[in-house]
Design a protein around this ligand. Sequence first.
Ligand code: SF4
Length: 432
Amino acid sequence: MILAESPYLLYSDGEGNIFEDLSLYATGRTGWDAVPVPEDEWIEIPEGGSLYELPGRRGIGIDVKTGDMRLCEKGWAVAAFIPPAHTGLYIAAYETMADAPTLPLFCYTAASWFNGKFYVPAVRIENDIRQESEGFDTAKIETGVTKLLAAYPHNRLVKHLAENCCLTYHCPAARNFFLGRWECPIPSSPACNANCVGCISFQPEEETIVSTQDRLTFKPTAEEIVEFTVPHLESAPFPIVSFGQGCEGEPLLMWETIRESIKEIRKHTIKGSININTNGSKPDAVKALCEAGLNSMRVSTNSAREKIYTPYYRPNNYKFEDIIESLKVVRSFGGWTSINYFVFPGMTDSVEEYEALRKLIRETDLCMIQWRNFNIDPDWYMGKIGVAETGECMGIKQMMELIHEEFPNLKFGYFNPSMERIKGNFEADFAH
Ligand code: SF4
């Protein structure tokens, strides 16, 4: 539903209660700037979304009488965490007080209120329903955990996926595994060769924020990996098994074990897709995995520009060009490639980034962009990578439209596609 007029700003009393301020229209943030949000870019907050109060921050709104921008002094600013499959178009707009704490690793999309409902500037970018909150039945998940722990009593990885990923972190991929469907996670690497500012599995002592998951503490064997992945590929609908998860370091550091696992898996089943989520740092290892039978690869990046990538990833012994080379290698084997593109309004939609992304798509013959919300404190991120000025921006929605127009075969989404989508009708409604 397109709003008839601008929605109102939200604020919190600092005790978890949220209110609308009818004297201020809501705005959005792009880069360092607060801007009006076009009415047709607000949607009702999707099921599974949640609202956050932002301590030490005052919301920026537009005075309904004067049209001037001013702060809401009634309470703290409010932002929305929008659920997967949706991409945020503007960040929450606020002014940060001197003693404000760094915000934890979540996304902070703009949020507003109109006619009794909460709104966010976002688009649904993905049909697939694998992470819809209403699709997770806790009782069925717990039954699945009991069943699979009994089926694999000596498997450290199944134990990790059950106790940590599924029952503690509530990881949607782990929960789908224990429900016997879709994408199954295979964390494998306790170490990483990058030092991302916003790493979700490791945060240095000196940082005030914590990682949202703890990093895996052991190196699984190929036997442990193969034991539960073959039955999953054989029995799950639209099956995918994915190396590279949020609770580990970089899987390419375990490429020999992964190669051995892929070879063994393909001796037992040809079903489904074997995917790796990676920082793409080791093209030679990627080549070895493709020779073994890897089907698809997703490379994570905050930018298609080396000068924005390097200060964020802080790579050890690899460089931006290596991730480009890895994408090319998989395409040379006919594999599927995606970028896990961390969307940051004001950075992602800058004209410079747009040009760099066009070049990356052409150079690597990329198959898919997963337009992911960037889970990071905006001020902290831009401060850490040293960006004071973002340059001219076009808006995330317009950028998506331009990329789609120029590259009509390039797929947009949020999740790794199943083989049925890769080989079949990609747009088909996999409502499962
Ligand atoms: S590549 Fe992944 S595991 Fe490594 S530092 Fe970055 S976010 Fe963390």
